[in-house]
Write a protein that binds this ligand. Structure first.
Ligand code: THU
Length: 141
């Protein structure tokens, strides 16, 4: 796992928690925030945005990622991720977000999230083994 100093990880957790304050979650009432730290030191946050259709809800992690890419392209890797919620509940990034993040994350990236027994810190490779990969230029085999 990549070495990231504890003050930086604290700052990232704090940013995720602040972002959760903006969550639009009138249906689930589960208020999530995510913060992504990139290799150049840039930090982007997002919150979940729900929809009455339920299925069109967008998670905090993907909103943070799409915001970062929309603002400055996809040229830099993510080195740390923090997820927080305002419900005092355990909550790691969902499987769909792990798959989407995997294209932009360094495998040794640090992932911080509230677990069943307090804050957990894991590498991205550890929480997302065997992700789907496909190289379109090689075609299906
Ligand atoms: N949610 C996230 O924002 N991130 C996750 O990784 C898991 C779930 C949101 C989606 C929905 O608005 C609410 O949490 C309850 O599932």
């Amino acid at each position: 796992m990549r070495e990231i100093d504890s003050a930086t990880l604290d700052r990232l957790r704090q940013a995720a928690s602040l972002a959760a304050a903006h969550a639009y979650a009138p249906y689930s009432k589960f208020y999530v925030g995510a913060a992504l730290l990139f290799e150049d030191g840039a930090l982007f946050t997002g919150c979940n945005v729900e929809n009455v259709s339920y299925g069109l809800t967008s998670c905090a992690e993907r909103n943070a990622l799409f915001r970062a890419i929309s603002e400055r392209g996809a040229g830099r890797k993510i080195v740390a991720i923090a997820v927080a919620n305002r419900n005092g509940a355990a909550g790691s990034p969902c499987g769909a977000c792990r798959q989407v993040l995997s294209e932009f994350v360094s495998p040794d990236a640090v992932v911080c999230f509230p677990g069943e027994h307090g804050e957990e810190t894991r590498s991205f490779a550890e929480i997302f083994p065997y992700g789907f990969r496909f190289e379109p230029e090689k075609g299906a085999r």
